[in-house]
Design a protein around this ligand. Structure first.
Ligand code: HEC
Length: 153
């Protein structure tokens, strides 16, 4: 008799423990995925970034042409790639599915710069085969523009 009452209990406990373990594992997997996403763009070696241009940058003359030539095909209008637009300042500063891409005053921390320098796997901009990679000079201008407040005038 004692056996019969004991057994179901231990089975019940076993199921509970398994469920607990499954939850724990699911939690770990979710945490890993989140960490991986956050890791995109983290641990960037800023020494690999071309230096910011040492001059005052003119958005209309020097930055907009870069966006127009290399980015706008995919990043404007109502359904931009990655939810990221470069055709309006407010939208550009808001960022996209991966979060904020432009941090005014901090080009070395701005994911957009990491993407155009092609330091973040699968987020090289423009993507492989979709236009020439930006030159060091262009990256330098973008950096200086962000460092100077990412103005739209
Ligand atoms: C041929 C199309 C194409 C061109 C050209 C292009 N991109 Fe992208 N871009 C994409 C796609 C697709 C994604 C989404 C990638 C993903 O989420 O895996 C993306 C994502 C991004 C993101 C991240 C948005 C987010 O939060 O998900 C930024 C920032 C970005 N691009 C900036 C640029 C810049 C700056 C240029 C120009 C120098 C550029 N892109 C050129 C297709 C393009």
């Amino acid at each position: 008799m004692t056996n019969m009452t004991k057994q179901p209990r231990s089975i019940g406990r076993g199921i509970l423990m398994n469920a607990g373990l499954a939850c724990l594992l699911a939690g770990l997997v979710a945490a890993n995925a989140a960490e991986e996403k956050a890791a995109k763009g983290k641990n960037i070696d800023v020494s690999k970034l071309p230096p910011a241009a040492a001059k005052k940058v003119d958005f209309k003359k020097e930055i907009k042409p870069i966006f127009d030539k290399s980015c706008s095909d995919c990043h404007e209008g109502s359904t931009p790639s990655g939810g990221f637009r470069v055709d309006k300042r407010e939208a550009a500063l808001k960022g996209g599915e991966h979060g904020v891409a432009i941090i005014p005053g901090k080009s070395e921390k701005s994911p957009l710069i990491h993407y155009v320098v092609r330091l973040v796997k699968d987020l090289e901009m423009p993507p492989d085969g979709s236009g020439d990679p930006l030159t060091k000079e262009q990256v330098g201008l973008l950096r200086a523009w962000i460092d100077q407040g990412a103005k739209w005038e």
